[in-house]
Write a protein that binds this ligand. Structure first.
Ligand SMILES: [Zn+2]
Length: 237
């Protein structure tokens, strides 16, 4: 009797242990933490991309500004020549005027492009600012989740350790032959195979057992199985 009872306790402890093992792989805070890690990583990548974009925009803007300085210098030089009265040749004057006109247009065009770059930079700066804010918030949440996940994991792990010790202790107290029988039955049933009989009912399939079973269950050394679910029956004292 005592041996069968221990066997049932072992089964319950093992069931609890496998439940905890499953739980360990599916801790809500750990899953949320992993998800949050990915989210932060994604935001960091986005931020880096935006920072590269803004650097490229600023570089392009600077190059255009240098172009405008060069064009302006050239224009000043041409205008000076044009109006100092030293050029008497009409054809030369005309060609110079044309050049001044086209350089003026080129300058306007470059200046428009500079404005466009400035607008893009402004837009990117605002996006980057927003991303920084988001990241700060998400990183704070991540830190909190990390602490929570660690705590939750430790709780499940210490529970698992306790159950492992319990299973080992129970196994050590059960006869080898019975333990072997239990392993076979467990393998075959794929789940619970030791049934605690309460008030004449099988603890696993809940079927009412014939009254003759009680006497058999009280017979030392006799293994009695439920006719319905084939579980090994143990009388609950
Ligand atoms: Zn049964």
């Amino acid at each position: 009797m005592e041996q069968l009872r221990l066997l049932w306790e072992l089964q319950e402890a093992e069931q609890e242990k496998s439940k905890k093992e499953h739980e360990l792989q599916n801790i809500q805070s750990v899953l949320l933490y992993r998800e949050k890690c990915k989210r932060v990583e994604c935001l960091e990548k986005k931020l880096q991309q935006k920072e590269e974009e803004i650097a490229a925009e600023k570089k392009a803007q600077r190059l255009k500004e240098m172009d405008v300085i060069k064009i302006s210098a050239k224009l000043e030089e041409l205008n000076h020549k044009l109006y100092n009265g030293k050029i008497g040749n009409a054809k030369e004057l005309e060609s110079m005027e044309k050049k001044v006109f086209s350089l003026g247009r080129e300058k306007d065009l470059q200046e428009d492009k500079i404005i466009a770059h400035m607008e893009t930079v402004e837009k990117l700066e605002s996006e980057i600012g927003h991303l920084h804010e988001q990241l700060k918030e998400e990183r704070e949440l991540l830190q909190n989740l990390k602490k929570q996940a660690r705590r939750d994991k430790q709780t499940v792990q210490s529970e698992l350790e306790r159950l492992s010790i319990l299973c080992k202790d129970l196994s050590g107290r059960i006869e080898e032959g019975l333990l072997k029988k239990y392993r076979e039955l467990k393998k075959r049933s794929g789940g619970r195979c030791i049934s605690l009989v309460r008030k004449g009912f099988c603890g696993i399939c809940n079927v009412s057992l014939p009254s003759s079973f009680k006497a058999r269950l009280l017979t030392p050394g006799e293994l009695v199985y439920c006719e319905n679910c084939s579980s090994l029956l143990v009388l609950d004292e």
